[in-house]
Design a binder for this molecule. Structure first.
Ligand SMILES: C[S@@+](CC[C@H](N)C(=O)[O-])C[C@H]1O[C@@H](n2cnc3c(N)ncnc32)[C@H](O)[C@@H]1O
Length: 829
């Protein structure tokens, strides 16, 4: 078994202070479950059906046929697996999903339950093995022959117009022998492989001697380890509502893999490390170190993007975090290698699945993989929290550095080896080129993955324009807002437009959606996605959403400019709005009327097939003059109270995205991000019409960006902002209590029951994967008041009929989600 020769990953690795903070917030078992789930891909990726073009019921048949065709095309003898799962539960779940004995993914064939246990994992670390999941043995079998039995995709029983696909894992590979040659790739390439990518030249770090084209090789990912501290590079966040600054008072920890590109994997699996002492970064003046939150975030994102672009894996087909990384667009508009080449020429290097076709190639593995994380001072991490002891703070990095790296007096690691047990096994691949060419090449496919640790169904380019890859919680966020046709909607941070276009579908393309994003290139993505999906009611503008309210000064300036300028509609058209140009033009309204009726009747909880736009809208909906489809609202700023609905999906730390092997955000950065979001919330509340509703959502598990921000908004706008149930309720309840560090309040019981928290690993009970979790402590999420079933985390409507009861049985297999948070608020005055 290949896996047992490699390290067992117990989960995503965190900055130690963040880990300590999360431990205090969630408790050890809950955080462990989340960390384990975050380090693997979701096995139930979801596709959103574009109801503007397709009927979900019919689409599902079409999807099945397409998947079957793809499966036939892709079917190679080496792709043929028969999974054997341990635990009856997977088999039961599959049987209920209609998958039993049938092909259930493009690379997947029948699953039969066995009682095989996970003791084949390395090191006898049973707890870790359980956290990492059980093994599924992979055996060859025949390709499918009958499309009617190829049940790879199914409509979600509770969330309308969502198709769920089924993956499996972790798998083991039955014909692995320790003698097989090995190729070590970097973390970013590794994460992309976990999502379904193949490996491209920039991602390669080391390889066994003598690999020739066509050889079967083991693929593993090397993980960063701490290699010293940089004084003065840390950051303590100081934030107020609208403005933040980051002061560099801390100490940063440098991370690196230490494997030079071109290194040799010895027959025993060891790889020599070649540590190079890096010159310390120049000391900055305090004033130079301070930066705006935006600069800090940009730097962080640019660094991360650059590293991912240099990661060198490409071709992921099922990215479940499209909104954060552009994967949604990829799903709709896939870029093949040929397309990439033709767009960017042969000199382009390719990044991860999410950000292909860009970036320069950097061959220096140190430069590629070195990563700084800030290590906050002990006072910032442990001042008020008993769990944040130095011991727990140091744990995650120390575990790694204790595996053979010695530090010199300067804190730099030196001469040692990387062992298999320090790397993550990813699967087997066929070498496309020989060893020498792997390292000579700057680009191009070098490893074609054949057997993967996780098999997620392929959906690259599938029925473009009719479906798009979108994570379940993202879909639910838009459905919670559920704008009525004919109303005006503001999507404040909209790119790449996944939720914007879903809102348009919920509007039945009747009304106005203004989509803002501060990045020009991303605004182009929104427009392009809207075009692809046949959406007309969206007008997208590049703008800082924080500045989107018309102030008195701006109003005076606008009035002066208006006298001399073209009409608003022409201005909007010139700015590149997607929607129709009105005829005749109508003037901008001072405020849109509030939505008048409760919305959620619009979402049928048990009849997804009827979730077409027309049936989803209550017939009583009265189009507001602002958004009757007859005019463009034009670019910002807008008068206060302009919008009936607002979606605020702000930039966040994205600590709910998966699969991730490392999250390097530090605590001050987490705090700074939450403050930035509060500034956006402030604007959102001003722009919302009285009676209007907004949804605030993030893709992070960080309570500071979720519960704490909602509590802040309720207190800050007390009397004028009201929390509403974020229906349809699918996720867990929110966190109650207070921040263990700052003491600022989270939610009370009542409020917590109204929001939705999606915690990976918790919404995916152990029974599917054979994952056995220790009993949840006090921090266990309370069952929703409406929940009939006492299963932790599941919410069921009271009025379910028999058919729904059947669905409940099946819920576990559709809730293997990313980390996410949703709150719904109404402006009452
Ligand atoms: C979480 S993403 C939005 C994802 C999007 N809602 C979707 O579902 O496709 C956050 C976006 O906010 C944008 N952003 C960040 N700060 C902003 C600001 N001040 N004004 C407008 N957009 C901003 C970023 O460029 C990024 O595209």
């Amino acid at each position: 078994m290949a896996n047992q020769h490699f390290g067992v990953r117990t989960g995503v690795r965190w900055d130690p202070a963040v880990e300590a903070y999360f431990t205090a917030c969630f408790g050890v078992p809950r955080l462990a479950a989340m960390s384990a789930a975050l380090a693997r891909p979701s096995l139930t990726p979801t596709l959103r059906v574009n109801t503007l073009r397709s009927n979900p019921q019919e689409l599902i048949q079409k999807l099945q046929r397409e998947l079957w065709k793809q499966q036939q095309k892709d079917h190679h003898p080496n792709h043929r697996y028969t999974g054997q799962h341990h635990g009856q539960d997977m088999a039961n779940a599959r049987r209920s999903a209609g998958l039993d004995g049938e092909v259930s993914s493009c690379n997947e064939l029948p699953i039969t339950a066995t009682n095989k246990t996970s003791n084949s994992l390395d090191g006898g670390d049973a707890a870790a093995s359980k956290m990492a999941g059980v093994m599924v043995s992979a055996k060859r079998t025949q390709p499918p022959t009958d499309p009617t039995t190829t049940t790879t995709v199914r409509l979600h029983p509770r969330v309308p117009a969502v198709a769920v696909m089924f993956g499996r894992g972790p798998c083991d590979v039955d014909d692995y022998s320790p003698g097989l040659p090995e190729v070590v790739i970097n973390r970013f390439a590794g994460e992309a492989v976990l999502k379904g990518a193949h490996v491209y030249a920039p991602g390669i770090l080391a390889a066994s001697a003598g690999i020739a084209a066509g050889d079967l090789v083991v693929v593993s990912a090397a993980l960063e380890r701490p290699v010293g501290h940089n004084d003065g590079q840390g950051a303590d966040a100081h934030a107020d509502q609208d403005h933040l600054s980051i002061h560099g008072d801390g100490v940063s920890v440098r991370l690196a893999v230490g494997i030079s590109r071109g290194a040799k994997v010895e027959p025993d699996g060891s790889v020599p490390l070649s540590w190079a002492r890096q010159p310390p970064p120049p000391k900055l003046q305090r004033s130079q170190r301070s930066s705006s939150p935006r600069q800090g975030q940009m730097r962080q994102r640019q660094q991360e993007r650059r590293r991912r672009q240099q990661g060198g894996a490409r071709g992921a087909e099922c990215d479940e975090e499209p909104a954060r990384a552009g994967g949604m667009r990829e799903a709709v508009k896939p870029r093949t290698e040929a397309e990439c080449m033709s767009r960017h020429g042969s000199s382009s290097s390719h990044g991860s699945s999410n950000e292909r076709c860009s970036g320069d190639s950097i061959n220096d593995s140190w430069a590629v993989l070195g990563s700084d994380i800030s290590k906050p001072s002990s006072s910032s991490s442990s001042s008020s929290c008993s769990s944040c002891s130095r011991d727990s703070e140091r744990s995650s990095w120390d575990n790694i550095s204790s595996t053979g790296v010695q530090e010199d007096k300067g804190g730099n690691s030196s001469g040692s080896i990387s062992r298999r047990s320090e790397r993550a096994f990813l699967g087997l691949a066929r070498a496309v080129v020989g060893r020498r060419a792997m390292f000579r090449a700057q680009e191009g496919l070098v490893l074609q993955m054949e057997r993967r640790l996780y098999d997620v169904p392929s959906c690259n380019g599938l029925l473009r324009g009719e479906v798009m890859l979108q994570a379940l919680p993202s879909i639910i966020a838009a459905q919670v807002l559920n704008p009525r046709p004919g109303t005006s909607v503001l999507d404040m941070c909209a790119a790449p437009g996944g939720k914007t276009t879903l809102l348009a579908a919920l509007l039945g393309d009747q009304g106005r959606i203004v989509a803002l994003d501060r990045t020009a290139a991303k605004v182009a993505e929104i427009r392009s996605l809207a075009r692809d999906l046949g959406v007309h009611c969206v007008e997208a503008y590049q703008a800082d959403a924080k500045e989107a309210v018309l102030t008195m000064t701006a109003a005076a300036a606008a009035a002066a400019a208006a006298a001399a300028e073209q009409p608003m509609e022409e201005k909007a058209a010139a700015a590149g709005a997607v929607g129709r140009i009105p005829s005749p033009p109508v003037s901008l309204p001072s405020a849109a009327p509030p939505p008048s009726s409760p919305r959620l009747s619009a979402i049928p909880s048990a009849a997804p097939s009827s979730a077409t736009p027309s049936s989803a809208a209550p017939s009583s909906a009265a189009p507001s003059p602002a958004a009757a489809g007859a005019l463009l609202l034009g670019p910002p700023p807008y008068p206060a109270g302009t919008f009936d609905y607002i979606l605020l999906d702000p930039p966040c730390t994205a600590l709910g995205l998966r699969p991730r092997l490392l999250h390097s955000w530090n605590l001050p950065q987490l705090r700074a991000m939450a403050a930035y979001q509060r500034a956006l919330m402030h604007t959102a509340v001003r722009l919302l019409a009285p009676g209007g509703e907004m949804v605030y959502c993030t893709c992070t598990i960080n309570p500071d960006e979720n519960e704490a921000n909602v509590a802040w908004a309720l207190d800050r706008f007390s009397g004028s902002l009201q929390l509403l149930p974020a229906e349809p309720l699918v996720g867990l309840t929110g966190l109650t209590g207070a921040d263990p560090e700052t003491g600022s309040r989270w939610l009370n019981e009542q409020e917590a029951a109204m929001v939705q928290r999606f915690d990976p690993g918790l919404l995916f009970p152990g029974r599917m994967m054979g994952l056995i979790l220790p009993p949840l402590p006090l921090s266990q999420p309370p069952a929703h008041p409406q929940a009939k079933e006492q299963e932790p985390g599941f919410r069921c409507d009271d009025d379910d009929d028999d058919e729904d009861d059947e669905d409940e049985e099946e819920l576990p297999w559709v809730d293997d989600v990313m980390g996410f948070f949703i709150a719904r608020l109404r402006k009452v005055s």
